[in-house]
Design a protein around this ligand. Structure first.
Ligand code: PMV
Length: 367
């Protein structure tokens, strides 16, 4: 199904206009996610150049509360945006762009005045990207408002499916934050129901150990990303290694699916690290040769690898497009890895900081 078909399907759902409240409030809390197989490179409207797989997290969340006033007349796009109780012009411009993109799929946005209040559970300068949690929380809230006003014939499935579709229009990785656990987003010809438009929640065939995974985020650099993800995706358009990357990412998705079902944590570690390094290698060979790691990032990587070699415990790292290091390991090794982090790794962190997170159950509706 291509994107235009989805638009048609989504906006032509039969609706039950039986109850149209004039005002209301909805609130959703949605988590961030960490990619195991990375999405890097896209076409317009966040259509990914390759499929990706992620763990949805638990603690790093955005809480979004939207008050709405409904009018049967078309009043145009009308909203106010508050981040951590303050107006924020930069975020507001991005939200406007997002609402404009979402509007063809949610015509009701033209009949609503929205007051959007967003807060993150993690500090702004912690080096954690907030776009996945922010856009998924907002998308869930908007689709919920649409459901309150128009009703929905198949509330559960369609609701989350559409929320993933809408979240993707804000930030690609946000499409994967709509469900807990493990998620795949992006079309893969060998994976049934995979799609470029919405994510696929992987439930069957995931070994239980992976739902016990921890992700401790070691803060090497708390400042904002040097290169935004939009810029990073754009650099892939001119990257000499792009074709090879899209091929290897597809292969890695297939390999990861097998690993996730087998429960082989050692193979998991090797593949997750390969992916993280491939992402950084792509940035190094892009225009201007971008080095996003810091010396401390490499020191942490070396420590994790020697620890794994010495102890045989399956602990590994992954990286976003920045210097911070995500340490991944299963619950059964949590005592040992906590010791590793506190005794050997925090010395490389900014003010010794790290954030503990783990695989979570996905977004929740607040009240
Ligand atoms: O969703 P975006 O546009 O912020 O891109 C996310 C890119 C990575 O975090 C590097 C990889 C991923 O798949 O999440």
């Amino acid at each position: 199904m291509n994107i235009y078909n989805v638009k048609q399907v989504i906006s032509s759902q039969p609706t039950n206009k039986v109850y149209a409240p004039k005002k209301g409030t909805v609130e959703w809390r949605s988590p961030s996610n960490i990619a195991l197989i990375k999405y890097w490179g896209k076409r317009p409207l966040q259509v990914p150049m390759n499929p990706s797989i992620s763990f949805t997290l638990q603690e790093a969340t955005t809480n979004t509360c939207v008050e709405y006033e409904y009018s049967p007349d078309n009043i145009g796009m009308c909203f106010e945006y508050y981040f951590e109780k303050e107006k924020n012009a930069g975020f507001e411009a991005r939200i406007r762009k997002f609402l404009e993109l979402a509007s063809p799929y949610m015509p009701i946005l033209q009949n609503l005045k929205l007051y959007i209040h967003s807060e993150n559970s993690f500090p702004h300068s912690s080096g954690i990207a907030s776009s996945a949690s922010a856009y998924s929380a907002l998308a869930l809230s908007l689709v919920d408002i649409e459901r309150e006003i128009e009703g929905d014939v198949d509330p559960h499935h369609k609701f989350y499916h559409k929320a993933s579709f809408v979240a993707r229009l804000g930030s690609g990785s946000a499409a994967r934050s709509i469900y807990g656990g493990v998620n795949l987003w992006g079309r893969h010809e060998n994976i049934e129901n995979s799609s470029d438009e919405t994510c696929l929640h992987l439930v069957d065939g995931i070994a239980p150990v992976f739902n016990t995974y921890h992700d401790d985020i070691l803060i090497v650099d708390p400042s904002e990303k040097k290169i935004s993800s939009s810029k990073g995706h754009e650099l892939m358009n001119e990257n000499d290694y792009a074709k090879q990357r899209f091929r290897s990412a597809k292969q890695h998705v297939e390999d990861m699916m097998k690993i996730l079902s087998s429960g082989n944590e050692h193979d998991f570690c090797l593949l997750v690290e390969k992916e993280a390094l491939e992402l950084h290698a792509l940035m190094m060979v892009s225009a201007q040769g971008n080095i996003l790691m810091k010396p401390q990032t490499l020191s942490i990587i070396e420590e994790i690898r020697s620890y794994r070699k010495e102890t045989g415990l399956p602990v590994c790292f992954t990286l976003d497009a920045g210097a911070n290091v995500h340490v991944l390991y299963s619950e059964k090794y949590s005592v040992e890895i906590k010791k590793l982090i506190e005794e050997k790794l925090t010395r490389y962190c900014y003010m010794g900081k790290y954030i503990k997170d783990k695989v979570g159950k996905g977004p929740i509706k607040v009240n």
